[in-house]
Design a protein around this ligand. Structure first.
Ligand SMILES: Cc1cc2nc3c(=O)[nH]c(=O)nc-3n(C[C@H](O)[C@H](O)[C@H](O)COP(=O)(O)O)c2cc1C
Ligand code: SF4
Length: 680
């Protein structure tokens, strides 16, 4: 697309010219340290700025008060120390011509009291938010007075840091919980009529405006329809949007549709893979029409074509592509130089978001450099000397290794035992809902084609085959095989989740699925079984159901299980299986009571117990290698050559990555590949 591309047109927001229409909306990646946006945070946003984005909305819900305890690493906008950190971040981004704003909030009931300073959580009315489980106190007059001041003080801090503006969060947090009939049951001047329910947000916006003056950019990320029988209606939501637009105190609206008080509802606001693309775009366009001020919006506008459509059709002024920039922070530059095909696609896996809710930091399932900008590059540098490399296995680890080595200028050949690249991704995409994961493979295949890497399919490589290619570097990425849990008896009677996922074995009910892994493979097999119509009991030894699964990814599985009446049994372990008549008997036990055994008569027992590494080639090649397979982990972490010289007579360096070491996940496989190969 040339420079008349709608996405590349500048946009004037008050006095500020945004250089194109691409933005990243607020999202807390949980990279903060002690509530401060330190170097990791800065480098993360700097990378987007370097990649050509027009506007990066930093933080996600930076908290304005200490009684809004951080729920997932939120920045502390209530502390003066934040100013220099944000200034450094803004300066870095401004150097690349990107604007920087920040989202401010009071989380209200959407947090827990046992965090931060252990102050009680509050809300308009004492109604619990299921997702964070705190029972809030009803906000008193003195609470509201001090929180209004906290907003104003925080806004002034952001202005002092040299940011280009702020966005006040009003969906699922304190401000909008006054608007919503679902959460505001007050009978004082803050409850009842819409005027009353808007009183608190009016006070906040007035105080903020007074603190920052008329010229500073102040926006509102607001719910304009809670899409909830007991919540804020579309009519009232659009009314609120219109009132703020006309007030002249708000410079842009960032539109949200839906409510977020539990995982299933949050999924509709932030749709994941397998869900509709851009489901709320038309609604955001309606708000833009009604409000008549600039409108921003993000919700699974996953590709550049949809983003372009949103601008061309006048639905939005700025397009939020938030997860897409986590997957590839260089989208705008790639569009500008006509290299759209090389944009690493966001496959909607939402590993990024799930991790922050599970207490980790946001990481992209297939871009291991995101959030690690201090150590790992998004643009791979060429090596000083070109080497001849053989990669064994074309799963996610092998493909990433081949890509990175080729970018470094090495001559790479990939040997793949089967007829297709993708490894275990080929299994998981058998679940139609997860089909987009194929983007992880396809993007790498197209990059390998661009880089001129040869992949030899149907080539089961033994050491001699690899040696025949005279490699200087061998990367073993041979993955693993499904393994069974150890049972007291009947291991030969069970079917693996892989057999179900691959379609090799058809579900035949009643089925008992023993998930001794707790992540996607077992849940996906369960989904396939349940949707086939077979009766299913899912048994887990864990005290939480599917503990390796984040809340966002849990939703579609839980929906199928609810609709198909799947029985879920926790705290229970499969002990043995025996044949009886033409069926099977599964004996179930408990880690908590050795004497308690129960039995289930079923037609099929399916087990999921992760993978065992396929180590054949690695072990065959170890003795002939220069490093004898060894890795210096200290050097790897310190970003130095990680392969020690242990055998002068060795002919090649040898590394093993991904599930060929031990069963982990796609991110771990890709991270292995990137962190090793950028040093080789
Ligand atoms: C890791 C992560 C954290 C998020 N945290 C926030 C937040 O604190 N405040 C907010 O308004 N939205 C938050 N969001 C939602 C995003 O701003 C955005 O609305 C959502 O990701 C949908 O846009 P996308 O499909 O372009 O990713 C978060 C999203 C992600 C992925
Ligand atoms: S983890 Fe998935 S949803 Fe998140 S940015 Fe990466 S590809 Fe997109």
């Amino acid at each position: 697309m040339s420079s008349n591309d709608p996405l590349l047109q500048p946009f004037k927001l008050k006095h500020l010219t945004l250089k194109n229409r691409l933005m990243s909306t607020a999202h807390e990646p949980a990279y903060s340290e002690g509530g401060m946006p330190t170097d990791r945070y800065r480098l993360y946003h700097r990378e987007k700025a370097k990649g050509g984005i027009a506007l990066t909305m930093t933080a996600g819900s930076a908290v304005v008060s200490s009684d809004s305890p951080p729920a997932f690493g939120n920045l502390h906008a209530y502390r003066d120390e934040i100013v220099p950190w944000l200034k450094a971040l803004a300066d870095d981004c401004h150097e690349f011509g990107a604007a920087v704003m920040i989202q401010l909030t009071h989380l209200g009931r959407r947090t827990g009291w046992s965090k931060g300073d252990w102050l009680p959580v509050l809300a308009p009315s004492p109604i619990r938010e299921p997702a964070h489980r705190a029972f809030p106190k009803e906000a008193e007059d003195w609470d509201l007075d001090r929180i209004v001041k906290d907003y104003a003080d925080a806004a002034a801090r952001m202005q002092a840091a040299g940011l280009d503006g702020i966005e006040i969060e009003a969906y699922g947090h304190l401000l909008d919980s006054f608007w919503s009939p679902a959460t505001n049951h007050r009978d004082d001047e803050y409850g009842g009529s819409l005027d009353n329910r808007m009183r608190f947000s009016n006070r906040v916006i007035d105080a903020v405006r007074e603190a920052v003056g008329p010229d500073f950019i102040v926006g509102l990320r607001l719910v304009a329809d809670e899409d909830w029988s007991k919540g804020l209606s579309k009519k009232e939501g659009i009314d609120i949007a219109g009132r703020y637009a006309r007030s002249g105190k708000v410079d842009f609206l960032n539109v949200i549709r839906g409510h977020i008080d539990h995982d299933a509802a949050l999924n509709d606001v932030i749709p994941i893979q397998g869900m509709r693309s851009a489901p709320h775009l038309d609604f955001a366009g309606d708000v833009r029409q009604a409000a008549g001020i600039p409108v921003f919006h993000a919700a699974r506008i996953g590709d550049v074509a949809t983003a372009r459509h949103a601008i061309a059709e006048g639905k939005l002024d700025m397009v939020g592509m938030t997860r897409p920039h986590i997957a590839d922070p260089h989208i705008a530059n790639k569009v500008m130089r006509g290299a759209e095909a090389s944009i690493r696609p966001c496959v909607g896996a939402t590993y990024c978001l799930d991790r922050i809710y599970e207490g980790g930091e946001a990481l992209c399932i297939h871009n291991a450099a995101t959030g690690r900008e201090g150590e790992l590059p998004h643009d791979i540098e060429r090596a000083e000397k070109s080497r001849r490399a053989v990669v064994v296995g074309a799963g996610p680890a092998g493909l990433e290794a081949a890509r990175v080595l080729a970018e470094r200028g090495h001559q790479v050949i990939v040997l793949e035992a089967t007829g297709d690249a993708g490894g275990q991704i080929n299994l998981l995409v058998r679940n139609p809902r997860r089909r987009e994961m194929v983007g992880i493979t396809d993007w790498r295949l197209s990059e390998l084609e661009r880089l001129g890497v040869e992949i030899r399919y149907n080539t089961y490589a033994e050491a001699a085959d690899v040696l025949a290619l005279a490699p200087d570097l061998v990367v073993v990425a041979t993955g693993g095989f499904a393994q069974s849990p150890s049972l007291e008896a009947g291991e030969e009677l069970v079917t693996s989740s892989w057999d179900i996922l691959s379609g090799t074995v058809k579900p035949s009910g009643p089925v008992l699925l023993f998930d001794d892994n707790g992540g996607h493979p077992g849940m996906s097999a369960a989904e396939v079984i349940a949707t086939s119509g077979a009766e299913l009991e899912l048994v887990s030894p864990e005290r939480f159901f599917a503990p390796e699964m984040g809340g966002m990814n849990h939703v579609p599985y839980a929906k199928v299980f609810a609709e198909k009446n799947v029985r879920v049994t926790i705290n229970t372990r499969l002990v043995s299986v025996r044949r009886e008549g033409n069926g099977l008997v599964a004996v179930l036990g408990s880690d908590y009571s050795a004497s308690t055994l129960t039995e289930r008569r079923v037609a099929q027992v399916v087990v999921e117990h992760g993978t065992v590494a396929n180590t054949d080639v690695y072990l065959e090649m170890k003795a002939g290698s220069r490093n004898l397979g060894a890795v210096d982990y200290k050097a790897l972490i310190g970003r130095r050559m990680p392969l020690p010289l242990k055998n002068e007579a060795g002919g090649y360096d040898l590394i093993r990555i991904g599930d060929a070491i031990s069963g982990r996940n796609i991110h771990a496989a890709i991270y292995d590949a990137l962190r090793y190969c950028t040093l080789l």
